[in-house]
Unconditional design. Sequence first.
Length: 654
Amino acid sequence: MSTIESVLNETRLFPPPAAFTRDAAIPGMEAYRALCAEAERDYEGFWARLAREHIGWKVPFTQVLDSSNAPFFRWFWDGRLNASWNCLDRHLDTIPDKAALIFEADDGTVTRVSYRELHARVCRFANTLKSRGIGTGDRVIIYLPMSIEAVVAMQACARIGATHSVVFGGFSAKSLHERIQDAGAVAVITADGQFRGGREIPLKPVVDEAFAMGGCEHVANVIVYRRTGTSVAMHSPRDRWWHEAESGQPDQCEPVWVEAEHPLFILYTSGSTGTPKGVQHSTGGYLLHAALTMRWTFDHKPTDIFWCTADVGWITGHTYVCYGPLAVGATQVIFEGVPTWPDASRFWKMIEAHKVTIFYTAPTAIRSLIKAGADLPKQHDLSTLRLLGTVGEPINPEAWMWYHRTVGGERCPIVDTWWQTETGGHMITPLPGVVSTKPGSCTLPLPGVMAAVVDETGNDVENGKGGILVIKKPWPSMIRTVWGNPDRYRKGYYPEDFQGRYYLAGDGANRDLDGYFWIMGRIDDVLNVSGHRLGTMEIESALVANPLVAEAAVVGMPHEIKGEAVCAFVVLKGQRPDSEAGQAIARELRDWVAKEIGPIAKPDEIRFGDNLPKTRSGKIMRRLLRSLAKGEEITQDVSTLENPAILEQLRHAR
């Protein structure tokens, strides 16, 4: 391999509105270049300045970056701070009565919580944890629905210096059990159940099932929030109801001042292949990036109503629900339900009702909403929106254009953010007052982020060619290690292929002639078709550009002559076709891809389904699709899928 071929040709350009640029946190390209030049000139000084400006320190740091044990970097390590204090206490003198959270439950009930009220709730629960013997350095598993209580639990752990590990409420007992054991958790915070799309989904019974698997004797406390009211088994003295355990606790709790490198949280990757990987993040560097990107990427203003639709079980919900918005004193919407219940207008109704100004969601959600009702946004007043964002995977250009026209009314900049669980926050993204956007491109790195595209020997490839995405210098919010497995961290992110010089993102990318970055899919998703290395994202984008197609996922399958062939799983905007109609549409789509990209990218096989295998958070499980394309038995845990039955439909679809 030398490079990955880029076959997507996107020439549309959308400059930021002049009025937006004038009032932006980074007002134009000259200001952006000045920040980049500052970082180039004095890298440590650049980050030190930002850390002093954006974070409150109990003990100021004197050391910036410690590379003596690279790649186990330390940032601001001799400073002391508390994440909860930075998110709550620092606002009590200035905006105590400002709404911090606007929670909309699955059934539409709305609850507003001010900064003063949220501070009191976090302190009461922090005191509850302390009364149960939980303290600094302990690991706490949080297995809760999307709720005010989830934010309270995370902030309370941070307040007392406990390290939290949030497990998405859709994960199975086996997945939960693995994470409890790996983290060495002393407590689990959960609920009796949760509501999603009008359905009640149990949580406490899943916890009990995980404990029944054995090996969890180190967990002395299970605290249960009563959400649904359904009867559940309570095992005394281990299990306590949240409201009972909290009764009588004071609403003041002095924060524990921890070192900047203190582990704020561990967040596990899905673990669908191999053992779960616990990504460990620090307190100081992580919090800096969360606050900074709220101001830079989202251009947060005091009057904004911010809504990130991600669940707190994922990194997006950590950085842009629990920590980033609160660190800058934002008012944000939190939503318990799903975008298509009770109908596909739910998101648009909520934007209208809560007067949302900044909306941040995933491309999978956008494509699903296009399929469910492409004209529905026009039936609602979305005029309060001033900025849109996407997260989770590259957005295909046609979905980008629908988002721009139909949701944003052609007036809202779109920040297409590239980052990872491991990076802690945005790395490459359009800055809304700076960059002219191209549909499907995450555009330029943030100031201070030294991103590059290299070949497999670590040498830069020229613009216009694809290769491997790397970050050349450490940054404050980066992963510190894989919990309990430093060798896995070193080998996975600083491999010997690059002599340990660069952080390996695991994504293929292309930097076009304007210097814009285009993410081409995971390196292990790159297809080798007749000697051509093609990124899956570009073929998917071509398919979704066809007016018949709502969504597509592309994987490779073995081929005797080509080595690998393209297999496409396609969801149409209309009904799933019968066999004869499907063959005709498949021919049309193959010809379409040949015209859009070239004959080399034509899918050899197209399978139509009612939908794609996704987690409840909307992530397409491409590993499962690869198994289906190869005809393999699926042995991975599929309990997190929204609709596991779709696997059988796609297995037999031709």
